[in-house]
Ligand binder design. Structure first.
Ligand SMILES: [Zn+2]
Ligand SMILES: [Zn+2]
Length: 318
């Protein structure tokens, strides 16, 4: 399972109710901040998520509405001892701009008091945990090196306790060995292979996150069958020409990708102040009914096939 919290859902400029692009994707003890628009620090505080372990930041591209918050966040982290290391991942162009912002404006030649590592990503897996991985894939938007991210749990074979019972495998380290794919030698001398106690492969949960993007025909295969697709929807179809000009999507185009890629759930974000949320939702749902439009502080659990909304209760709703 992955969890996602939307911290900012507005395109280009904030609105009274929506901050600039930022979301946190969580898996076990891992927390990834995806984009960091201006004002993200305060959204983190309001959400109640806090800064703890929030030290891996993935940047979709180098436009200011996705990166300006990094300056303030670094400034806070530098005075706050609990974060010792900050890792920022992005394409070459995004990192150039992030470097200018952090080393030019925030640090101005001083060496950072915390470890600050900028990692340039290429298409492919760039973060790997025990049971999940994160990969980057290129997307088309204004400027080079724009990326989408695919969060994937690795497929696994579930342990079948009833089979273990039937075989008389005693509690102890043998079950763990079998789960890890090793043959276990029991105290009574029998050898048990993993195949005897593991069920068939079960696919893991997949969450695709696509920031700003201007075309979707090259994204169908990478999004194929994902459990949840998060993607921008900056325009409505009535302004499809403007969407094309600025290399953004209409709600309809985002929904068409969801249909073509046979995803289970669609969440739209990066919405413009020029439209009403219900119009964005209606346009997308007319193509792909299982659509939501994210609001700031919306939280979801992304599971195999299911998308469950969780009540986050931001701080100031007390
Ligand atoms: Zn943007
Ligand atoms: Zn952009």
């Amino acid at each position: 399972m992955f969890e996602i919290v939307f911290l900012g859902t507005s395109a280009s400029a904030p609105s009274a109710h929506r901050g600039l692009s930022a979301q946190v994707v969580m898996h076990d003890e891992y927390r990834f901040l995806v984009d960091c628009g201006e004002g993200t620090q305060r959204q983190i505080l309001r959400s109640g998520l806090g800064f703890k372990r929030l030290n891996r930041i993935l940047i979709t591209h180098g436009h200011l509405d996705h990166i300006l918050g990094l300056a303030g966040l670094l400034s806070t982290y530098m005075r706050w001892e609990s974060v010792e290391e900050l890792e920022i991942y992005g394409g070459q162009w995004a990192l150039e701009r992030v470097r200018d912002l952090l080393f030019g404006v925030v640090l101005r030649g001083a060496s950072p008091p915390i470890k600050l590592n900028l990692y340039e990503i290429q298409p492919g897996v760039f973060i790997e945990g025990n049971d999940f991985q994160v990969s980057a894939f290129p997307v088309t938007h204004r400027g080079p090196d724009c990326y989408g991210f695919l969060f994937e749990e690795k497929s696994r074979r579930p342990f079948l306790p009833e089979m273990a019972e039937a075989l008389g495998i005693p509690p102890g380290p043998w079950r763990r060995m079998l789960v890890d794919g090793q043959t276990a030698s029991l105290p009574d001398g029998r050898m048990i292979t993993p195949d005897e106690v593991l069920g068939p492969q079960v696919a893991g949960t997949r969450l695709a996150h696509i920031g700003d993007v201007g075309r979707v025909d090259d994204l169908v295969s990478v999004c194929q069958g994902v459990d949840t697709l998060v993607i921008e929807a900056t325009y409505l179809e009535e302004e499809v020409e403007m969407a094309r000009q600025y290399s953004h999507l209409t709600a309809r185009q985002a929904a068409e990708l969801a249909v073509q890629a046979e995803v289970r759930n669609l969440i739209l974000t990066h919405v413009s102040r020029r439209y009403r949320e219900r119009d964005v939702l209606a346009e997308a749902r007319s193509v792909f009914p299982n659509t939501r439009v994210a609001r700031d502080f919306d939280m979801f659990q992304v599971k195999r096939t299911e998308l469950i909304e969780v009540d986050l209760k931001p701080e100031d709703d007390r």
